[in-house]
Design a binder for this molecule. Structure first.
Ligand SMILES: [Zn+2]
Length: 226
């Protein structure tokens, strides 16, 4: 049923454009097929990972970015995932998951830390838009993590508003400081999993599946965190 939603939206847009003057938007070559919309968390994650494989291998399709889809979406949205990611310019969720307009609710803070505005935004997606999947996305070589570790190593004061990031990420850094290997990587993973677990523990999000993942800057690939 829901898999027909895109077909319906596309058909609606086609009809609207057909009734428009000839000078209206031309048919968009990107709008060739109606993609089935995931309606379960499992299907949503599979769609994200499939899109990420396309992105990582240079085969992005850039779906649903065209005029027809934009017109169709003007009447309403039915995104299938909430992504809570970092502000890092190298990790834009729509691109790294090869998704289009109307697919994802993207909430981005440095180090994907939580605050009340983030939680309220997740709640809007889960409760009002019935999004089945919430994905917390960390990434390697995160600047917010690096700033936190610098502060913990040197004790240097944290400037202004950055203090919030350090306060949120420092517990993950302190929990992993004893581990061998890359402290920044350990901290990023621990922080991402902590955010996932905090969302899972909140009854406001009980209707959704909450998953954590890591983005690899070198390969472009996403891996689900245990
Ligand atoms: Zn980052």
């Amino acid at each position: 049923m829901a898999s027909n939603r895109r077909a319906f939206l596309a058909a609606t847009a086609v009809a609207a454009l057909a009734a428009a003057p000839a000078s209206a938007a031309p048919a968009d070559p990107l709008e060739t097929t109606a993609r089935p919309r995931p309606t379960t968390a499992r299907a949503a994650l599979a769609e994200l990972l499939a899109g990420n494989r396309r992105y990582a291998t240079g085969g992005s399709r850039h779906p649903d970015e065209g005029l027809l889809h934009r017109h169709a979406l003007a009447a309403g949205q039915h995104p299938f995932a909430v992504v809570i990611g970092c502000i890092d310019s190298r990790v834009p969720p729509e691109l790294v998951f090869d998704q289009g307009l109307g697919d994802l609710i993207c909430i981005r803070t440095a180090g994907q830390v939580l605050d009340e505005a983030v939680l309220a935004s997740i709640q809007y997606g889960v409760q009002e838009l019935h999004v089945p999947l919430v994905l917390v996305l960390g990434h390697e070589r995160c600047g917010a993590v690096a700033a936190t570790l610098d502060h913990l190593r040197t004790g240097a004061p944290v400037p202004g508003h950055l203090e919030l990031l350090v306060d949120e990420i420092a517990p993950a850094a302190l929990r992993t400081r004893h581990l061998p290997g890359d402290w920044a990587e350990h901290t990023m993973r621990a922080n991402t999993v902590w955010v996932r677990d905090a969302i899972r523990a909140d009854s406001a999000f009980a209707a959704a599946t909450v998953t954590a993942a890591r983005f690899d800057l070198d390969t472009g690939l996403i891996s689900v965190l245990p």
